[in-house]
Design a protein around this ligand. Sequence first.
Ligand SMILES: C[S@@+](CC[C@H](N)C(=O)[O-])C[C@H]1O[C@@H](n2cnc3c(N)ncnc32)[C@H](O)[C@@H]1O
Length: 435
Amino acid sequence: MSGARSLACQALLALEKGRAQRLQDSLRARALGAADRRLARELAFGVERQRALLDAVLEALAERGLPRDPLLRVALRLGAYQLLFLSRVPPHAAVHETVALVPRGRAFVNALLRALAAGVRIGAADPARPRREIELPDGRALVLDVDALPDPRARSAWLAVRYSVPEFLARRWLERHGDEQAERIAAAASRTPAVWLRARRAIGAAALQEELAAAGVHTERGAHPLLLRWSGGGSPFSTAAFVAGRFVAQDPTALAAVEALDAQPGETVLDLCAAPGTKATALAELVAPAGRVFAWDAIAARRARIRENAHRLRLADVLCVVDDLAGVPAVDAVLVDAPCSNTGVLARRVEVRRRVTGAAIEALAAAQRELLREALARVRPGGRVLYSTCSIEPEENEAVVGAALGAAARLVAEHLTLPDPPDHDGGFWARLERG
Ligand SMILES: C[S@@+](CC[C@H](N)C(=O)[O-])C[C@H]1O[C@@H](n2cnc3c(N)ncnc32)[C@H](O)[C@@H]1O
């Protein structure tokens, strides 16, 4: 499993040095067995999800602060993550494997991680000591004899470290949702999301569940009749059912947004931000066989991903990926699944917490207003536009929709879902009707 740790370490290092934008891309880079790949992913995503907390506890225990060397920092986070969050890894293995990752500073890494391991206890954290006692998974707690977290009365600062979210977001959530809800949103960003599978409508979740079980993939039924949650065993993406296009990965919140468009058999639909095509394939199933979904994405390489998915799901007759919007007729309905800050999916898009800023949210909102304007221009009079994001920020949601309303468009319904992994992601949708 040391191949997994070294791959996770390299992927995290690339992110730390700004050489990679997405963890997922660096984790694809090397050939490893399935179990190693899964562990590498679990480690890299887990570390990034808990990064501020890991740094805070390590910093509190290091007498002269944390080293500036990026490799040492990343290795320490990896070791600390295993000690605190992966109880199946024996502490001595977590320490030993981490020491092996660094060419220099081994004695320091060894001593610091041992000190951390000594603070892990069976039992609950004392809520009266929120600066030095931290609840851990599997009925354990980290009990330190120094303060590691900010004073909880400085609420946004405490949330930012405890749940590793940008402090400006914590502050906004506190202002908008109040103390309890803001903590729930922040905590959601540090939890591990589930892998949700959407069965093809013609197959249904029950038959897919049986087929996957026969291939050694365990799943649980979701509340939605098409959804299964991966619960263990082999990877669903290595099965014949996946190759045969019997399902795609899709979270319940994303599926609810597609269904809010209420696409009907025989209709024409334009998906204006379609790559990689998860929502477009759901729409294609709904309008088939006589209808059409025109799928567009501004990035040509990403349009290729929609084509792959359309072919894999045997939907290429209904789902037409277009390279030029000029030839697309006025349609019955348009989906605008806009590029956004992703603040509803911080648990999944873990690296987003490094780059999201107030200015970035404003810039995205400007692009989103433009996309919604374009959608309204491309739908027939009386047709529907479904605007959706995986952001929970009002500038990207209600405000974008509000700016589009008037004689040419009326709001039919809108819905904000706050994130709650592993049950569902956060996100927003609004359904408009063109006048
Ligand atoms: C949230 S993702 C879409 C996910 C997709 N709907 C799905 O379900 O698989 C947003 C997409 O918008 C694309 N995009 C960004 N700016 C765009 C623009 N101005 N016009 C069209 N697509 C754009 C991005 O390349 C990205 O693929």
